[in-house]
Every structure is written in structure tokens, then in C-alpha cells.
Design a protein. Structure first.
Length: 350
């Protein structure tokens, strides 16, 4: 048993180091050059990316050993990126795009000492401490979801879909909007609607405004606390995508939302897919296991940075959503019939 567990920890360490090499490949443009140029030697890839041949040769051999790239084992080794791997490492619109995971690892490395201190004191680690790289990685990781799936999510609420297409213009707001991708995609799909985004992180709002300008859509973004009173309504749709657990005072935020909903308006809350009760251990590929890992390193510490905080953590079960909704004055919580391997969808009705 001890040997098996030691093997598991060793494999986890190797996996973390693999992600570090993915970080290098993405940041230095090595994967992109391989995808654009076809099979290359180390010297050719180094020349194409203005990098050191010695480092690139070591990286390529490592990538071949780990199975990330193919290698022609002749006298002059040539390396190629398989098309199916390119989809995971380079295609920003693909639901398989996972390269941002490597940037998450790089960004979280810098907060480990503050996180140790937070464990000792019961404090938190503010979102800003994770830096611009984490913010941009989060944007890139979630972007394919909104680009590919947001339209179907809203269509699963037929009355909301109809209202967003109708006159007079409906009003919609995405709370804890981050880089604004969901709000921007909502505005693209429902051009008659007036769409807004709200986030407490001013740097995220700056990024969201830049994204909206690039997309050519008119979305109003505001830097403010979602739980603060005076949320401007009425809104026909309020969305909280995988962010309710980040809010220090979620009941206060839900009360503000309920007060700001238009008659017949909808609140759509999306959280990670979890079982209805705690189970352990879980398989390595289980979504809830991944959610716990993210919660320990990022979600709980950022929620605890603002005090007082209920400190929800990222593992939010159906019962917790129902309790929060009831405390905020919502009458019902409905599971929205949307199938997704990592997410669960709830509609809260006043």
C-alpha cells in the first residue's frame, strides 16, 4: 500500500512538471511554430521561435518522451505536433482547449506562501494576488464554453430566450463577469437586449471592456460588489456562471438580485457538477475531485480575502444552493435540464 501511494504521489509530481513544459511551449510559441511549420528539427524550431537551440532540443526530447509530439527517430530527429494535440494546445475556440491549465499552474505558484499564511490565520488571498496571468488563463479556459454553448444554455429557458429576442429591449446582467466573455456572447446572440457585466475586480473589468471593443458589441461593464445594495434593475435575466461560491456574502448578493429582477425575470446560477453528498475517495478523472483541488488553491482563499465571509468553497451541492436561495427569499430552485460533464444549472424563482 505504501509503495502504491508513493507511486501515485510521484505520478502527480510528474504531471505537474509536464504542465510546466506545456507552459513553456505555449508562452514561447513552440507549439504554434510546430503546427504552422510541420515536422522540424530542434535547430529549425529554435530559429523559428528565436529561442536557444540547446533548450529547445531538451524540450522537444521531453515532449516526445511524454507523448506530446511525434518524433522521426532517424539520424536527424524531426518533431511534429499531431493534429489532435493541436486542438487541445492551440485551438482557443475548441471545447478541448486545455493549454490555459498550464498558466494556472504558473500563476498559483506565486501565491503558495500567502496561502500557507492564510491557512494559519483564517484570512484569505485576494484575487489580485494571483496576477494578470491567472486572470487571462481563466478567460481563455472558460471562453470556449461561452462561444460554443451559451446559446443552447439560454434556449433551455424558452421564456427567457423569447424575452431576449423581443421588444421593448430586455435587460440582462452577468454577475462576477470576469473578462466579460459570457456577457459579450450574450450580446452577440441577442442584439436587441441591453447587456451588462459586473465584477468587483477592476482589472477584470478593464479586460472585459477591451474584449467588448474587440468584439464590436455594446456591453456596459461595471466594477462593483455584487452583494452591495442598489443593484440597478429591473433585469429580465441575471446570470452567475461558476462564481456564486466566490462571493463572500452570497445571501446578500442573492437578495440584491431578487430585488432587481423584473416581473417574470430569471436568475440562472451555474456551478460545478457535484454529487448530492460527500463521497471519498474519488477517481482521478472525477469532476468533483478536480473542483476540490481548485477550491483549496484558489476559490476558497479568494472568497476568504473579503471579511466577513461565509467561505463557501467551490464544491457547491444542490442542498447548499437551495438553502442560500431560501435565505435570500427565493421561492423555488429548479434544475435546468442541460447536460454538461462539469457544470450544473439552476434557475431560481422569486
Amino acid at each position: 500500500m505504501t509503495q502504491a501511494f508513493a507511486g501515485r504521489v510521484f505520478a502527480a509530481a510528474a504531471g505537474g512538471l509536464e504542465l510546466a513544459t506545456v507552459y513553456l511551449g505555449e508562452c514561447l510559441g513552440l507549439y504554434r511554430a510546430l503546427d504552422d511549420g510541420g515536422a522540424m528539427t530542434a535547430a529549425e524550431l529554435a530559429a523559428a521561435t528565436a529561442t536557444s537551440e540547446r533548450y529547445v532540443r531538451e524540450w522537444l526530447e521531453c515532449q516526445a518522451v511524454c507523448g506530446y509530439v511525434d518524433v522521426d527517430g532517424g539520424d536527424e530527429r524531426r518533431y511534429a505536433l499531431p493534429a489532435e494535440h493541436a486542438d487541445v494546445l492551440l485551438n482557443r475556440d475548441s471545447l478541448m482547449y486545455l493549454a490555459p491549465m498550464a498558466r494556472f499552474m504558473g500563476a498559483t505558484a506565486g501565491v503558495m506562501r500567502p496561502l500557507v499564511e492564510a491557512f494559519r490565520t483564517g484570512g484569505g488571498v485576494p484575487y489580485e494576488a494571483y496576477g494578470a496571468e491567472f486572470r487571462e488563463a481563466q478567460q481563455d479556459f472558460t471562453r470556449p464554453l461561452y462561444v460554443n454553448l451559451l446559446g443552447a444554455w439560454i434556449e433551455a429557458l424558452p421564456d427567457v430566450d423569447a424575452r431576449l429576442r423581443a421588444e421593448p429591449p430586455a435587460r440582462a446582467v452577468d454577475l462576477a463577469c470576469g473578462a466579460g466573455i459570457a456577457a459579450i456572447e450574450l450580446a452577440k446572440r441577442y442584439p436587441l437586449a441591453c447587456v451588462e457585466g459586473i465584477d468587483a475586480d477592476e482589472a477584470a473589468i478593464d479586460l472585459a471592456r477591451a474584449n467588448a471593443r474587440e468584439a464590436g458589441v455594446d456591453v456596459r461593464f461595471h466594477a462593483r460588489d455584487a452583494a452591495a445594495p442598489g443593484l440597478e434593475g429591473p433585469y429580465d435575466l441575471v446570470t452567475i456562471f461558476d462564481s456564486l461560491h466566490h462571493i463572500a456574502q452570497p445571501v446578500a448578493a442573492l437578495r440584491a438580485i431578487r430585488a432587481a429582477l423584473a416581473a417574470g425575470g430569471a436568475l440562472l446560477v451555474v456551478e460545478s457538477r457535484t454529487a448530492d453528498s460527500f463521497h471519498a475517495p474519488l477517481p482521478q478523472d472525477d469532476v468533483e475531485r478536480f473542483t476540490y483541488l481548485v477550491s483549496v488553491i484558489h476559490c476558497l482563499p479568494t472568497a476568504m480575502a473579503e471579511q466577513p465571509s461565509v467561505g463557501m468553497g467551490a464544491v457547491v451541492r444542490h442542498e447548499a444552493i437551495a438553502d442560500l436561495a431560501s435565505a435570500a427569499g427565493f421561492a423555488t430552485v429548479e434544475d435546468v435540464p442541460i447536460e454538461h460533464p462539469m457544470l450544473r444549472f439552476y434557475r431560481l424563482r422569486p
